[in-house]
Design a protein around this ligand. Structure first.
Ligand code: FES
Length: 95
């Protein structure tokens, strides 16, 4: 699974940098280096009230106060995108 976090200025301002720091630690603590590849991206051209994360084919939008820790713990546990308030996603090729 490839997790790409937007490091553009809008997303960084809304919390994407905190997610990167959290994921670096989470991946290390849980020895997920072979399963979760973490990347950073320039602006994903999807700026808004959220910050953006791409997980494989899915574009996710996290509101700044959403519980990203719970999201990634659930993702780890179930290997599926969980439903967490303030976090939406869609397939990148969906219209
Ligand atoms: S800065 Fe993240 S989508 Fe633009």
């Amino acid at each position: 699974m490839t997790i790409t976090v937007c490091a553009g200025s809008s997303c960084s301002h809304r919390g994407s940098q905190k997610v990167v720091e959290y994921l670096v630690n989470y991946i290390s603590t849980n020895s997920l280096q072979e399963k979760w590849k973490l990347k950073a991206s320039f602006c994903m051209k999807d700026c808004g009230e959220h910050f953006c994360v791409q997980i494989d084919d899915y574009r996710l939008k996290f509101l700044p106060n959403s519980d990203y820790r719970k999201f990634f713990k659930e993702l780890h546990k179930t290997n599926e995108l969980p439903n967490i308030a303030g976090i939406t996603w869609r397939r990148q090729d969906a219209k």
